[in-house]
Design a protein around this ligand. Structure first.
Ligand SMILES: Cc1ncc(COP(=O)(O)O)c(C=O)c1O
Length: 489
């Protein structure tokens, strides 16, 4: 299908989106949107709700709850945009999201059209990418559609012509989606991997990570190693620690390195301007927090020199493509070719999938990406405070107090006997009993990871808070987890 046809096909979606046009909502809700996302309101309600710590009037949890409840009607409207099974409470968006109705309907219509007309999918989806890119702060040549986060990580890591002995600095809390292409690079090119051991819990700051990466790179360099790249998850999937991209980028630039971010959870959760952050690659999922269809991802690739990152663009070859440019990458502010097109176009693609992803992205733009980020983080901050009230702050694997490190993933040790955190069977049982034995059908997951000084891996309960949740869901979850942890003590 040609670009023009895709745009035409997309017109139906835009009409459908008009039904959720926020300008048509009552003024009270519009005012709330403005207050939540911008100006003084944003400062007061920003990440981790910094303001709550300065209050004398109530506990942080009570204040956070009051803020969530005050705006319940608006978010109830947003909740109604989804088709999730009402007998369950889905709190594992970190693994998979759910398409909003508007995207689902478009997907359905376009699938049927494609089946009826037997259309092909030869395209770099330029027109759709152009609709998505601005909200991510990049140009169309810098935003590719990938198959998912793992596919984007393969594009990024396996496209770089590594030399034997090159060192990639990363962490010991990476996901297989990044670890697998790293392992291939080790065997195929003789790359060396240097892993930093990750701290856990609330007692950490953005500076902790800046120092950890800087110290490791300096140590390697002084041992004569050829450090070439840094690869890290932001956030990590195990503790939900948002490794601070801006701070780590300062280190990357100071040492002249390639930067690769596993940002699986970023699209649809955090409202970032990627051209300002300036990393070389950010691989995110389209099917998690962004709530596009399965098999969709968003890969951002730095494709021109900006003040945010004056380093030369790394040499890179497409590894999975039908579009290959032999041009050199640019050395200035103008791209020499559309690198994102070469990632996106590989044979015949399933166009309805990317149309539905674009539809979900446009819905997010309409609700307001900053509003969504603030809401998700408020829910997560509320959950963390309630966990602290019951289990104590030392139960948290996620940070809660440094706004630069928090995201909408919350990870903690649910067990009354703290050593049970190392009991894999108990962790599995906890997740299945939580869903089976409580009326809300609570769906969470556990995640296993090394903890500095621990004899074996810890198994945290990991909870995702997103658009279809409210304060009541958090209350029900915390009560159920407290009850079940008592029963399993
Ligand atoms: C940090 C991280 N990276 C990569 C992945 C893989 O994601 P995908 O299924 O989009 O490939 C995940 C999935 O949970 C993840 O959490």
């Amino acid at each position: 299908m040609q670009d023009q046809q895709i745009v035409t096909a997309h017109a139906a979606e835009l009409n459908a989106l008009a039904a959720t046009d926020t300008t048509r909502w009552p003024s009270k809700r519009r005012d709330f949107l403005r207050m939540l996302g911008y100006g003084a309101g944003a400062a007061a309600l920003g990440p981790a709700l910094m303001a709550c710590g300065s209050s004398n009037s109530a506990t942080p949890a009570a204040e956070l709850r009051a803020q969530l409840v005050a705006n319940e009607a608006f978010w109830a409207d947003v909740q109604n945009m989804f088709t999730l099974d009402p007998t369950k409470t889905f709190m594992n968006i970190g693994t998979a999201g759910s398409m909003p109705k508007v995207a689902l309907d478009l997907f359905d219509t376009e699938n049927r059209k494609k089946a009826r007309e037997s259309g092909n999918g030869y395209s770099d989806h330029n027109a759709l990418r152009a609709l998505v890119a601005p909200a991510f702060g990049v140009d169309v040549d810098e935003l590719a559609f990938s198959a998912n986060t793992s596919s984007g990580m393969c594009h990024a890591i396996l496209g770089i012509p590594w030399q034997r002995g090159d060192v990639i600095v990363t962490t010991n809390h990476e996901h297989g989606g990044g670890n697998t292409p790293l392992a291939i690079a080790v065997d195929r090119y003789g790359v060396e991997i240097s892993r930093i051991e990750m701290p856990v819990g609330n007692n950490q700051t953005a500076a902790t990570y800046q120092n950890l990466f800087d110290e490791r790179i300096r140590t390697l360099k002084s041992a004569g190693k050829n450090v070439r790249a840094v690869m890290w998850s932001s956030p990590t999937y195990v503790t939900g620690t948002l490794l601070p991209i801006a701070e780590i980028m300062e280190v990357v630039k100071m040492h002249g390195l390639i930067s690769i971010v596993d940002g699986a959870h970023l699209p649809g959760m955090m409202h970032y301007d990627y051209s300002a952050l300036g990393m070389d690659f950010m691989s995110g999922a389209g099917h998690k927090w962004q709530c596009g269809p399965g098999s969709t991802g968003i890969l951002i690739i730095r494709n021109k020199i900006r003040a945010s990152n004056p380093l030369p663009l790394p040499k890179w070859y497409p590894v999975h493509t039908s579009t290959y440019s032999t041009r050199e990458r640019t050395t200035n502010g103008t791209a020499t070719y559309d690198i994102a097109a070469s990632v996106t176009s590989c044979g015949s693609t399933h166009t309805p999938m990317f149309q539905a992803l674009t539809s979900a992205c446009q819905l997010w733009d309409q609700i307001g990406r900053k509003n969504i980020e603030t809401y998700d983080l408020t829910l997560s901050a509320y959950l963390k405070e309630k966990i602290v009230e019951r289990w104590g702050v030392e139960s948290l694997y996620s940070p809660k107090d440094d706004p630069k490190l928090v995201c909408a993933l919350t990870s903690f040790n649910v067990f009354r006997n703290k050593d049970d955190a190392m009991n894999s069977a108990k962790a599995t049982q906890f997740v299945s009993r939580l869903q089976a034995e409580y009326p809300q059908g609570l769906v969470i997951r556990n995640a296993s990871f090394p903890v500095i000084g621990a004899a074996s891996n810890h198994y945290a309960m990991r909870i995702s808070t997103h658009l279809w949740h409210d304060a009541n869901d958090i209350d029900a979850l915390v009560d159920a987890m407290w009850d079940l942890s008592g029963k399993m003590a």
